[in-house]
Design a protein. Structure first.
Length: 153
């Protein structure tokens, strides 16, 4: 952590807002427009990801992706605002991705509370047009495969 802090990433100034991960506001139905910040479709996935900063290396799992970012499931989320390098290889994709991102929000682990989805929302930053198009193509391909009719013989 910058400044040599010994606090864990989840303790160092970050907040965990349930509204972002299936919390109270989403369970009650429609959330106010100010809470509905997603501007692109998210696709549920389970992909391994390496998250790296100058001081930290985290091996975790992506649980959803959009053209704007990912949700990384982890019990040790990094602080909001942390810039990191993401490395992941979607099944069936040509090659792996190496992208930059920033932690936008976290959902901390809360002992003795219902928190089925701890982790962090990461927004992609500094994407080249080619990298963004590649992500969009990957998402579209997966969505198409999932929606394709099943043939029975």
């Amino acid at each position: 952590m910058p400044g040599g802090s010994s606090a864990s990433p989840a303790q160092s100034g970050a907040y965990g807002d349930e509204r972002h991960a299936g919390g109270e506001d989403e369970r009650e139905g429609s959330a106010p427009d100010s809470l509905n910040r997603r501007s692109s479709e998210r696709l549920d996935v389970t992909w391994l990801v390496d998250c790296e900063t100058e001081e930290t290396f985290l091996y975790a799992s992506i649980t959803n992706i959009s053209e704007m970012g990912i949700f990384v499931r982890t019990t040790q989320p990094l602080s909001i605002g942390t810039r990191l390098t993401l490395r992941f290889s979607p099944p069936g994709a040509e090659g792996s991705y190496v992208l930059e991102g920033t932690v936008q929000w976290i959902n901390e682990v809360r002992p003795l509370h219902d928190n089925p989805n701890p982790g962090m929302g990461i927004r992609f930053v500094d994407l080249t047009p080619d990298a963004r198009e590649r992500i969009v193509d990957t998402i579209r391909t997966i969505a198409y495969i999932r929606e394709a009719p099943v043939r029975s013989n």
